[in-house]
Design a protein around this ligand. Structure first.
Ligand code: C2E
Ligand code: MG
Ligand code: MG
Ligand code: MG
Length: 277
């Protein structure tokens, strides 16, 4: 009986494994098709100057419109795109689309308006990332000062010397570089002070409970002060209510992003929002 039970369990386990593997392979093949069939859309979320309450930029955020499953958020497919290497094609699509969209978005914004896009580890550390970005900007006759690249601390930490070199090249061309999700990684102060970035984006986990938790508030303030000591501008992510915005403004936080100012929107809706700003 024990033997039989063991056997059954083993079989059940096998089937389960098979299903997971099957689903994963299907997802990968769907993702590959998504690139061919152009199933991605770029959404834009406003970034505002907290003091002047002016729209100064937007973050480009990808979504996948799956023919059966509907909208799939980036966290559900970017990691798989990273593992399979499909990220390089997706990243190239994002950059090209963002540059293209910028032409019409900029018609309703001030001339300093920029769009930033996210680069994940495998993208940023690939040998031709810098050349690709510069080439695309040139080929599409884009203004490099209207573009920003967001990298996380873990991306920046993966290969410190190379990261510094890449960032310097971008900066020479006028492309902004943002350190995303600041505070959630493990970069040392020693490293941070060497990074030639322009802006840090304080992760929304520090903003979420700020209005009710005094310690969270002090952490947010110290992250802002630290950034300013290093001559970096600060964007606070995930601002959802005006109380958070007021506190951050009183801490001299430069910029804000979050549902309070606008959720990520498709290009046309973003343009409508930009007109009203
Ligand atoms: P991220 O770069 O930190 O982007 C900010 C995320 O916070 C976005 O989620 C945005 O929708 C969300 N968010 C903004 N304001 C608020 C708020 O007030 N409250 C809450 N609860 N959330 C807010 P999203 O669009 O799901 O993107 C998640 C992550 O996926 C991004 O985090 C980024 O790491 C990655 N990602 C998005 N687009 C791309 C892309 O084109 N390429 C790569 N490599 N990664 C991407
Ligand atoms: Mg980002
Ligand atoms: Mg972020
Ligand atoms: Mg994040």
């Amino acid at each position: 009986l024990a033997k039989e039970k063991g056997k059954n369990t083993f079989c059940f386990y096998n089937v389960e494994m098979d299903n997971i593997l099957q689903q994963r392979l299907e997802f990968e093949s769907d993702l590959r098709k998504a690139i061919e069939k152009d199933q991605f859309v770029l959404y834009y979320q406003p970034i505002v100057n907290l003091e002047k309450m002016q729209l100064c930029g937007a973050e480009a955020l990808i979504r996948w419109i799956h023919p059966q499953k509907g909208m799939i958020p980036p966290m559900s497919f970017i990691p798989i795109a990273e593992q399979t290497g499909l990220i390089s094609q997706i990243g190239q699509w994002v950059l090209t689309k963002a540059i293209w969209d910028l032409k019409s978005i900029r018609e309703v914004t001030n001339h300093n308006f920029y769009v930033s896009f996210n680069a994940s580890l495998r993208e940023f550390s690939s040998a031709n990332f810098v050349d690709n970005v510069l080439y695309t900007i040139e080929a599409l006759k884009a203004d490099p000062t209207s573009l920003g690249i967001e990298i996380t601390e873990s991306v920046a930490m993966a290969d410190p010397q190379n990261t510094i070199k890449s960032i310097n090249t971008f900066k020479e061309k006028g492309i902004k570089v943002f350190l995303d999700d600041f505070g959630t990684g493990y970069s040392s102060l020693n490293y941070l002070k060497q990074l030639p970035i322009d802006v840090v984006k304080i992760d929304r986990s520090f903003i979420a409970n700020m209005s009710t938790d005094i310690k969270e508030q002090r952490i947010a303030k110290s992250l802002i002060d630290l950034s300013h000591i290093l001559d970096l501008k600060v964007v606070a992510e995930g601002i959802e209510d005006s109380q958070q915005a007021e506190i951050l403004k009183s801490f001299d936080c430069d910029f804000g992003q979050g549902y309070l100012f606008g959720k990520p929107l498709p290009k046309d809706q973003f343009i409508e929002l930009a007109k009203r700003f």
